[in-house]
Every structure is written in C-alpha cells, then in structure tokens.
Design a protein around this ligand. Structure first.
Ligand SMILES: Cc1ncc(COP(=O)(O)O)c(C=O)c1O
Length: 395
C-alpha cells in the first residue's frame, strides 16, 4: 500500500490535501518522495519561521531532547523560564500561559477575559460577552469556532459556546452600536489586526484606535490574536507595534517555536494574575523541546536588522507582482501577503504553482504567501518566476 492509500485508510479526511508526499526539507526547499523539489512560500502556514531544519534550531531542539523532553507542569524547567522571560521582556507583557496551538492560546484568552470580569464584577453582572469581528478566524475548538465570525464554521457541532457577538471590521459605528446594545455585559473585544484565513485583510488604524478608546471607557479587555501575524511575520515582532497599540492580551502560536507545537497567551499587568492555581492547564504546555525551539527562533528573529529585512523582502515581493496584468491587488504586511487576480482563481494558481515546484497557500479568493522569514532574495526571485509563469499560462 502506498503512503497516500495507507494514510487515507487510517486518518480522518478532515483536510483537502494535494497528492504530494513530503519527505524532507532543507532551508526553504521541500523535497517530495519522488525527489521533486519545491521552493517554500507557505512555511507550513506560517509555522516554519526559520525554514526547514535550520541548523541553530535543530541543534537547540536536539540538545533539549537529549537533556529532558518533558516533565509535567508539577515541576519547573529552566528552558521554559528562560523562554518566557525573554518573550515577556521583548513584548512588554507581564506573564504568559503556555499551550500547544493557536486555538489553545485563544481558549486561554477567552477564559482569562471572562474570569477577569467575573472576579471584578461578580457572577450576577453577567459580563461575559466577547465581541469578535465578522470574517475572523480564531481556531477549531468549540469556543474558538464560536468566536470565529464566519457563519460557514457554525454548523454541525451544536450547541456552540454562547456569548460571542460579531462586529463588522472597520465599522466603528457597528462597534459602538454593539457595545451600547450589550452595555455592562461585554468583557472583551477580540480581533486579528490582519485577518489571515479571512483573506489577508488588514484592519484600518482608525478602527483599531476606536476599539481601544471604546474598551478603555468600560474596563473591557482587548485581545489581539497574533497567532498568524506575530513572531516577525509582518516586519515587527508583533503586528500591534505597527498599529501603535498595546492590547491587554496577545496570543501567539504558529511560527513561535519554528515548526513544533506551541501556543502562548500573553497578559499585561492588569490581568496577569487572573488565572490562578487549578483554573487552567495543559499537559504538554511549555514543553521543554518546544521552548528550546522557541529560544532558537527568538535568537534569530530578534537579531539586529532581521525584522527590517522581513519588511524589505515583503516590499520586494509586492514590487515584483503589483504591475503584473493578471494581478488585481495585493494586501498584507511584511511577509504576510494576499494576491487577488483579475481572471484566474487563486485555488487554480496555487495548484499550478505546486505543479511547477512552488508551495503557496490560499485565503478566501486570494493567493496567500507566508514564506519563511529567512527566505533569500534569490529564492524569492525563483518563486516569483513560477508565479508569473503560472499567471501567463492560457486556461
Ligand atoms: C489568527 C488565527 N488564530 C487562531 C488560529 C488557530 O491556530 P491553530 O490551528 O494552531 O489552533 C489560526 C490558524 O490558522 C489563525 O490564523
């Protein structure tokens, strides 16, 4: 039995997969089992932030695997303490909780926000509503699916978790109207600064400013889901730096440990001590190998000049594609890029790129590019050449 047949016989068919069996990766190139190579413009959906098997990262992860791979959260580990303190110091947050995915990081944020209001205003106040944005994506657990502002995800799994109200992105009037309708009942507003799965759509600075102003009036927490935008993806470590805001809570995952499972919920002083002993937990959360991977990512991403390079490379990709006759528009920030086309369908372009040796992604009707942050200009040129070739192919 071949790999694909064996796979499909034993693994639930929850993903739409291409008929490619990936075997190995080096730097920004993946190789499939037939030996065909692919330039990587997807980084495993923004996760292999340093590319495939980055030497420094491999050394850190392997050294930790030789030292101690897991202990349970009944004990302390130095690697976890070191990683958490570096992350807090750089981002300016007070404390964090470790989970294993973006959805878990957001679950933690949701629980934290609700408990913050519960502790402060009491159960009777019922301050438990979380406002999220239409077109958002926050994860696949029941609470994060419920938080996700897309009807297409609200099916089959009834009953969904109560207490989420959606507001149109970039619509301050709608935000104010919902805050007024649910006055005294809202504990948090949760948003992605650039909606990734929603089509690489950035929020306007004015709207983000309004979120912070309105929340500030009524002790409502701001939760920024930086699962996709964080860890240097947009050219600053957090996208919120470019929006010049400091959310009460920020969640990170994807690229944070360079391709191994992690999710983090960062909380500022105001709410850092809300989740107390026994109120939250995760067996694998803060796993030493993942924290070692995370330290290696920080070593690289926080090196002087690295993040400026991310911005420049993103700009370089824009410049190379923006004037192409088939390109209708480009959205995003840094190395988080969405491209819409005049005639072609993004899914067809993505498949044709794969056939031609380039890994890309889609988001709604756009082709989405999330290259590893370490990608070189030479590799970018190679990938762009493939995209252009595909765009010029006749139907
Ligand atoms: C903004 C955002 N939040 C949450 C998630 C869920 O992350 P995970 O798949 O690691 O649970 C994703 C995944 O695409 C995401 O893009």
């Amino acid at each position: 039995m071949g790999t694909i047949e064996k796979f499909n016989s034993h693994i639930m068919p929850t993903y739409g997969r291409f008929d490619v069996v990936m075997e190995s990766g080096e730097s920004r190139t993946a190789t499939d089992e037939s030996g065909k190579t692919y330039v990587d413009f997807g980084s495993g959906i923004g996760t292999n932030s340093l590319g495939f098997c980055n030497e420094h990262w491999v050394e850190a992860v392997c050294a930790q695997a030789h030292r101690i791979q897991h202990t349970s959260n009944y004990y302390y580990t130095k690697v976890q303490a070191d990683f958490a303190s570096r992350l807090c110091e750089y981002t300016g947050y007070s404390k964090m909780f470790f989970g294993n995915s973006g959805a878990e990081a957001n679950e933690c944020a949701i629980k934290l926000a609700r408990k913050y209001s519960f502790d402060k205003y009491g159960k009777e106040a019922g301050r438990n509503i979380i406002i999220t944005l239409v077109n958002s994506f926050h994860g696949r657990t029941l609470a994060t699916l419920s938080a996700t502002g897309q009807e297409v995800f609200h099916n089959y799994f009834f009953p969904f978790v109560e207490g989420f109200v959606n507001v149109e992105p970039n619509n301050t009037d709608d935000l104010k109207a919902k805050l007024s309708e649910y006055k005294g009942k809202v504990c948090a507003v949760m948003f992605e600064l650039i909606q990734g799965e929603g089509g690489v759509c950035a929020l306007d600075k004015e709207f983000v400013k309004a979120i912070f102003e309105e929340c500030g009036k009524d002790d409502i927490l701001t939760i920024c889901d930086e699962v996709q935008t964080g860890v240097g993806r947009t050219g600053t470590f957090l996208a919120s730096e470019q929006y010049e805001v400091k959310p009460d809570i920020t969640t990170l995952a994807k690229g944070l440990a360079g391709g191994i499972p992690i999710g983090v919920c960062l909380a500022d002083e105001k709410c850092a001590d809300v989740l107390t002993k026994g109120t939250h937990g995760s067996t694998f959360g803060g796993n030493p190998i993942c924290c070692a991977g995370g330290n290696a990512v920080l070593d690289t991403v926080l090196e002087k000049g690295f993040l400026d390079e991310v911005t420049q490379k993103g700009y370089y990709i824009w410049q190379k594609l923006i004037d192409h006759p088939e390109v209708a528009g480009i959205s995003g920030l840094g190395l988080m890029i969405g491209i819409s086309f005049k005639n072609k369908k993004a899914a067809d372009v993505c498949k044709a790129c794969l056939d031609n040796g380039l890994l890309t992604l889609t988001a709604k009707e756009k082709l989405r590019l999330l290259p590893p942050l370490t990608i070189t200009y030479e590799e970018i040129d190679k990938g762009i050449e493939i995209i252009k070739k595909v765009l010029e192919e006749k139907e």
